[in-house]
Design a protein around this ligand. Structure first.
Ligand code: SF4
Length: 291
């Protein structure tokens, strides 16, 4: 719970505040940009919610915050924020909210599909908590967990145990030692089912992989994200833990894919036509080769 006596001085006066435990993960700024800003190394409230819509978004940010750094002076109920997750992104793809400090606030997603199409898929892991697990149960549970890489797996053990679902992860990121049921190997793309293609993308980590859903949504973990500053797709060299050259080669491989959405673990969500996204990806590859 956020501590009022640790309230950052950069917050404007009023109900919502961020305390000093903020790890600058960016989640609140993405979820409630009308209220939260980056003031350099941490977030703060620059404007209190002005209407029910902004209040709802601020409560969603409070719930999603990995470090419980967002508080309200009146200790207001966050119920509407809790009940908002999983929150629809596009078609049958939802953002899970409830990010985890162990994955530095990485975003995870739920694909909601009928059983005949393979059932629901959890993409990377949110922070485990009962209200979210219950909501996911109401939405059909989880048939499969697909994990992009070692950093964004958070409470995968608890979710797998709760939903009795197998997990998919690459051997090069220590999948076997983690008790993962379906350990992937090599660098060749692998069809998980008719909707989902797993594409190994070594670079950020040795065993990183991305997932292409219905030739429309690309779940990118920490491999690729939208940059609002550059207004194009980007990769993060300063947090490339394995090999930038390898990550660049992996990025080039994705030029063969068609997608309209990039849903990352870290960084911003990107959206455009397939042609636009292809051009952005070409630019990203070209830039990576020079960096
Ligand atoms: S969501 Fe929480 S940890 Fe992340 S930037 Fe906002 S206040 Fe900081």
């Amino acid at each position: 719970m956020a501590q009022i006596d640790e309230r950052l001085q950069q917050n404007v006066e009023g109900e919502f505040f961020v305390d000093s435990s903020c790890i600058d993960c960016d989640a609140c700024r993405q979820i409630a940009p009308a209220s939260f800003r980056d003031h350099g190394g941490k977030s703060s409230v620059y404007r209190q919610p002005r209407n029910p819509g902004e209040l709802h978004r601020a409560l969603m940010a409070l719930v999603a915050c990995p470090t419980a750094s967002i508080g309200t002076v009146s200790r207001r109920s966050a119920r509407s924020g809790v009940e908002a997750f999983p929150a629809l992104v596009v078609d049958d793809v939802y953002f899970c909210g409830f990010t985890s400090e162990s994955s530095f606030g990485a975003w995870s997603y739920l694909i909601v599909r009928p059983q005949e199409r393979g059932g629901n898929v959890l993409v990377d892991s949110p922070r485990f908590n009962n209200p979210l697990a219950k909501r996911i149960e109401q939405m059909g549970g989880v048939n499969l967990m697909i994990l992009s890489h070692r950093d964004d797996i958070a409470d995968h053990v608890k979710f797998a145990a709760h939903f009795h679902c197998p997990r998919v992860m690459h051997e090069a990121d220590g999948a076997a030692a983690r008790g993962i049921e379906r350990v992937t190997t090599g660098t060749a793309p692998l069809k998980i089912d008719n909707d989902l293609l797993l594409i190994p993308t070594p670079g950020h980590t040795r065993g990183h992989q991305v997932f292409l859903y219905r030739d429309k949504v690309l779940f990118t973990g920490d491999h690729l994200a939208w940059s609002p500053e550059r207004e194009t797709l980007t990769a993060f060299r300063d947090v490339c833990w394995y090999s930038w050259a390898e990550q660049t080669r992996s990025m080039e491989k994705l030029l063969a894919c068609q997608f309209e959405w990039v849903l990352p673990g870290h960084g911003r969500i990107g959206h455009g036509s397939a042609e636009e996204m292809h051009k952005h990806l070409e630019l990203c590859v070209a830039r990576m080769k020079k960096e």
